[in-house]
Write a protein that binds this ligand. Sequence first.
Ligand SMILES: Cc1cc2nc3c(=O)[nH]c(=O)nc-3n(C[C@H](O)[C@H](O)[C@H](O)COP(=O)(O)O)c2cc1C
Length: 209
Amino acid sequence: MENILMNVLDFSHACEIFDNTKKISDDDINFILKAGKKSTSSFGMKPWKFLVISNDELKTKISPLCSEEISISSSSHLVIFLAAIESINSESQSSNSKSVKKGSPADKLEFYTGVFPNHPEDSCHSNENMYSWPARQTYLSAGNMMTAAAIKGIDSCPIESYEKENIEEVLGLDTSKFQIACLLPFGYRLNEQSSADKESLDDSIEFIK
Ligand SMILES: Cc1cc2nc3c(=O)[nH]c(=O)nc-3n(C[C@H](O)[C@H](O)[C@H](O)COP(=O)(O)O)c2cc1C
């Protein structure tokens, strides 16, 4: 099992160009998405939405708005991670909490808010944090999706340099509810590509005993 995980992590790299003749099957993309949905999140609120784009016309509109243009246009599926702003605003939390069952996300939120009175209000007190708090959590689901993809021999390329407002406009998003957190195209590598040395940062771990 340990070797399997290390091999999968070694396989995973930022794929610069995919083979646009190869498409991911429905079963495999659903497997990847399931790994994202099962990911953990603060309060278990899963403050995200995944847009799964396989439409070539739409990918062509989005690709010039990203740094890694070719990895978007050549991908089989592009997943856009949205930070679900509305799900964490205090009005929707209190209206949710009136009708929720014990153990549900809003119920947990009420419990933790009692224990740590300023959390997550502190985390979300500004417009910037209303975005960054859920956006940070989408990266956990993105990581799990990348690992799930690699298990299936599928490549990916996380992208965070893109024209956020312009892509939100192309997608017709209501940005008071959802904003883009990151982009993750999936597909099959066109050729072997160089990858960063994943073990070079020996000083990245420090044990304190
Ligand atoms: C969160 C995140 C965001 C990234 N955003 C970009 C990006 O916007 N443009 C890009 O060219 N590469 C992007 N990358 C790819 C990294 O540059 C790449 O993963 C890194 O060079 C290590 O290479 P490897 O993943 O092949 O080992 C991103 C990677 C991560 C993890």
